[in-house]
Design a protein around this ligand. Structure first.
Ligand code: AR6
Length: 167
């Protein structure tokens, strides 16, 4: 598997699947989640609503992943995953690693060859960038997957540098 880094906007990526840093409600939010729903249009939220009405009545648990259409985005699918809120008192790094692992498992089931990830939990959920980058790179490297390319899409230079240090 190739691991690549790009500084940019995840909604513009020409990949099979983009991963959304969602929350358990699957009903949208700020950050990456807001950008994906804005650019992808209402079909994504429609499918999220359908998921909540069926298999995910209580929402999507932290560390899990589920796919919908990508609507108007260049990608074919959005894989929604819920990162943990960073905590000083509790080690939640296993849940953050699980987001990457589970998203790749869903991508493989879809037949996606290229997958773009944001730096999950490093925005509104306040995970320190260097630590988040370490967990992300390690989880992806250790994943047993048929996905051919994992692209980390970092919004700013600081996030890009943090991931670059880990590679
Ligand atoms: N493309 C790539 N990266 C982005 C983009 C973008 N368009 N926009 C922001 N980032 P966040 P979280 C970066 O807050 O911390 C939402 O409300 C951002 O700079 O999107 O997992 C959800 O609904 C940061 O480095 O996700 C949840 O409630 C990274 O993406 C909550 O936020 C992740 O920031 C999830 O918080």
């Amino acid at each position: 598997m190739d691991i690549t880094l790009v500084q940019g906007d995840i909604t513009e990526q020409q990949v099979d699947a983009v991963v959304n840093a969602a929350n358990s409600s699957l009903m949208g939010g700020g950050g990456v989640d807001g950008a994906i729903h804005r650019r992808g249009g209402p079909r994504i939220l429609e499918e999220c609503r359908a998921l909540r009405a069926s298999r995910y009545g209580r929402g999507l648990q932290t560390g899990q992943a589920v796919a919908t259409t990508a609507g108007l985005l260049p990608a074919r699918w959005v894989i929604h995953t819920v990162g943990p809120v960073h905590s000083e008192s509790e080690d939640r790094s296993g849940l953050l690693a699980s987001c990457y692992r589970e998203s790749l498992r869903v991508a493989e089931l879809l037949g996606a060859a290229t997958v773009a990830f944001p730096a999950i939990s490093t925005g509104i959920y306040r995970w320190p960038l260097d630590d988040a980058a370490r967990i992300a790179v390690q989880a992806v490297r250790e994943a047993d997957t048929s996905v051919a390319e994992v692209r980390f899409v970092l919004f700013d230079a600081g996030a890009y540098a943090a991931f670059e240090r880990q590679l």
